[in-house]
Design a protein around this ligand. Sequence first.
Ligand SMILES: [Zn+2]
Length: 161
Amino acid sequence: MTRDDYHAHHARCPKCLSDDIEQTTAGPIEIPGKPYQDNVNDARCQNPGCGWSGKVSGLQPRSHAIVNRMIDPDTGESFKETNLKKTHGIPIGKLVELMPRTDPEHGGVRLYVVAHTRDCDGTPLYAMSATKSDTEARQPGFANPSWEHGWTEENLMECDS
Ligand SMILES: [Zn+2]
């Protein structure tokens, strides 16, 4: 990853998605031909209503369109190609508890997995419903109003009953 790639991939606040971020610039020097990795600089969101602060490495990508074209140096393929190879680990019909890591206000609810979808960058996503048989999209390509959708596997906990 070049320096430009790195900063395109770490440009927006993970809490409010603002791109108005103050960053410290000390640290790594870009060496031509070598992967660029910033893991030392601090970042602070300038959105007064947000107040997030952390490391530059914790920032979100500038846009999915850029990320989709970016090549992962470890695999030699785009991040989207890598994501499209990931499969859904939780089967349809499974009861799950919503366990959001970043937004505890939406946690603690149990619903049934009713659809497997993908983000525009290929990441596997899940749709859940309170009705186990609510698995048919009424309008193909769109989530039903009864669905809670767009969740990643890391924010879902499988339940036995
Ligand atoms: Zn923010």
